[in-house]
Design a protein around this ligand. Structure first.
Ligand SMILES: [Zn+2]
Length: 150
């Protein structure tokens, strides 16, 4: 989980504004249950968790922020994320687990906090552009998995 502490109302607010396809992509990014190799290797669908770019393990963070194969698609996400670009929880609409040097939360007090929907949308758009995560593809992969749920 990206942010177990995310208040329920914000989750609803977030998903209420998204199309079905966008919601599915966001859900896959937030849970990590997606066609990203780190997950596929864990459930026994892929042999390796290493990214095709050769720069290490492919997990959600690598896919969104680091993989050089998608660098040309990151412009909007970098612009919207500003100095918090790369903060995975923040970028996916959750409260950050990172703290400021003085120990305070960069998200401010929890009762005043809201997810930045513009940032979340830029992440979803990036993900859709890569065509890596799809609405129907994961279910068929899970059916193929021998080890899933074991
Ligand atoms: Zn990569």
């Amino acid at each position: 989980m990206v942010d177990a502490a995310l208040p329920e109302k914000h989750v609803r607010l977030l998903y209420d504004t998204l199309s079905r396809a966008e919601s599915q992509v966001l859900s896959q990014l937030r849970t990590g249950h997606s066609k990203i190799r780190g997950f596929l290797a864990r459930i026994g669908v892929a042999e390796s968790d290493q990214c095709e770019c050769g720069q290490g393990r492919e997990d959600t963070r690598h896919f969104l922020f680091h993989c050089r194969r998608y660098q040309h698609l990151r412009g909007d996400m970098i612009m919207e994320g500003k100095r918090r670009y790369g903060d995975l929880s923040y970028m996916l609409g959750g409260r950050s687990s990172l703290l400021n040097p003085d120990g305070s939360s960069p998200d401010g007090p929890i009762d005043k906090w809201k997810p930045n929907l513009t940032v979340v949308r830029s992440v979803i758009k990036f993900t859709l552009k890569t065509e890596r995560l799809g609405p129907h593809s994961l279910a068929s992969l899970l059916q193929k998995s021998q080890r899933y749920g074991a």
